[in-house]
Design a protein around this ligand. Structure first.
Ligand code: PA5
Length: 442
């Protein structure tokens, strides 16, 4: 049933038309071996964690606490925020609409003095819970925001400030763990070996999800349908039949053939932010040693009037993952009093427009030679979202293995962070401080 939601009809197209899907068979055995070893060693928690009983139980325990508040502010960046934002936009659109009366979820995933100030000026501290999320517990953007919010909470709530903070961080180490222990803050762990961009189905993404009232347990159930077969039998037969392996092999073939960009085109308007979540997952995992492909998040129909021109007639270096749903709400029916020129719309539903535009775009991409896999969601539900996220995470892992890089680290992004720390005068960055001096003097 996992493969039922992928449509491969137009996948082997353009320069990979003749590719033999079985050509990666020798690497299948190797990948299955590695998968078995890594799962057994507990190094792939994003595959088996979503249905670890402990996590679900701890989150259920936390739910009554969450219900005491009207506002949640999430402090986190990168993988500590993008999953929550994708879920918020898809399943909690009420907050962006007229007449919404709460709850309110605010995600502070940038160094944005304007927004932070607005929150600190207007949020009612007594009704606000702050979830500070950092796997390492030491990311300067997140911890910087935390110090300002902690100060605000202390001023407003005195000693009771500690009842307004939940820390999501490493179980044993890092500044945030020390902070949680020192002040007795509520906390949930980010399991060992769980990197930020693979963590949406842990407390990192699920606490904000639970706060908005979405069905977070269905997210977990959906993820389980994708990951569980690999956990129970990580062998070549199971992996070879798994859609994540097929997608990884397809992407590997694309990269070999010079397709350096991967469009993530969502024709589920509310799911547009899954594109940003996926972009981080794909780019930060695979952009190594000159390898990988650049993810390009796009949303239909908006980007048909924008980047689509480049997709269709720019450099022939793009493939596409095309997200659709066969059961989106169809909206209102066009009335009968339209001018003759528009009469063809009479009796049709607003949703027919989206369906027609999606078909038009998919066919246009095909006609211009773009290899494309359609991911068809049966419903716009939490369960389907969990399946999609687990599928894309496992696909990213396997693609990294096929590229012979480590998809779980991110060494290159560290340099910019070290230089920023040096600029601020943090101790222990002497080399970077000297480098910065030379750069600025040039
Ligand atoms: O995916 C990743 O590993 C990164 O994007 C991290 O999520 C991001 O750098 C934040 O790290 P941390 O959770 O340690 O604060």
């Amino acid at each position: 049933s996992n493969s039922a939601f992928l449509n491969w009809t137009h996948a082997r197209h353009g320069r990979i038309s003749g590719t033999d899907p079985a050509s990666l068979t020798p690497r299948l055995g190797e990948a299955a071996n590695l998968l078995g070893l890594e799962l057994a060693a507990g190094r792939l928690p994003f595959i088996d964690m979503p249905y670890a009983d402990g996590m679900t139980a701890r989150l259920q325990e936390l739910e009554p606490l969450l219900r005491r508040f009207e506002h949640m502010v999430v402090l986190g960046i990168g993988g500590s925020a993008l999953g929550a934002r994708a879920l918020q936009k898809a399943f909690f659109p009420a907050q962006d609409r007229p007449a919404h009366t709460g709850p309110w979820l605010w995600i502070a995933d940038n160094v944005d003095a304007d927004s932070l100030e607005a929150w600190l000026q207007s949020l009612p501290a007594e009704k606000t819970v702050v979830v500070v999320i950092s796997k390492s517990g030491g990311t300067i953007e997140t911890i910087g925001q935390y110090f300002l919010i902690r100060d605000w909470l202390r001023t407003a709530r005195g000693d009771a400030w500690t009842n307004h903070v939940i820390a999501v961080t490493d179980e044993r180490s890092g500044f945030l763990r020390e902070e949680a222990d020192t002040h007795g803050l509520a906390s949930m762990p980010v399991p060992d070996h769980l990197g930020g961009r693979y963590s949406v189905l842990s407390a990192v993404g699920l606490i904000p999800a639970a706060f908005t009232g979405m069905d977070w347990q269905a997210l977990v159930r959906g993820a389980k349908t994708v990951g569980a077969p690999l956990c129970s039998s990580p062998d070549a037969a199971t992996l070879g039949a798994h859609p994540a392996w097929h997608l990884a092999a397809w992407n590997h073939a694309l990269m070999q053939a010079g397709y350096s960009q991967l469009i993530f085109f969502s024709y589920m308007p509310l799911w547009a932010h899954f594109g940003f979540w996926f972009a981080q997952l794909w780019a930060e995992s695979l952009g190594k040693e000159g390898k990988g492909s650049m993810p390009l998040p796009a949303v239909g129909v908006t980007d048909q009037h924008s980047t689509q021109q480049m997709f269709l007639d720019g450099p022939r270096d793009k493939a596409c993952l095309f997200l659709t749903c066969s059961s989106l709400p169809q909206g209102r029916t066009f009335p009968g009093d339209m001018p003759p020129k528009w009469d063809f719309l009479r009796g049709r539903r607003f949703g027919d427009l989206l369906e027609a535009e999606a078909l038009g775009t998919r066919m246009a991409l095909h006609k211009t030679g773009t290899p494309l896999v359609e991911i068809g969601m049966a419903q716009p539900s939490e369960e389907q979202a969990g399946r999609l996220m687990a599928l894309l995470e496992i696909t990213t892992l396997l693609t990294g293995w096929l590229l012979d890089i480590n998809p779980l680290d991110q060494p290159a992004v560290e340099l910019g962070k070290r230089l920023a720390n040096a600029r601020l005068g943090a101790p222990g960055y002497d080399t970077e401080t000297a480098d910065l001096g030379a750069f600025l003097a040039a």
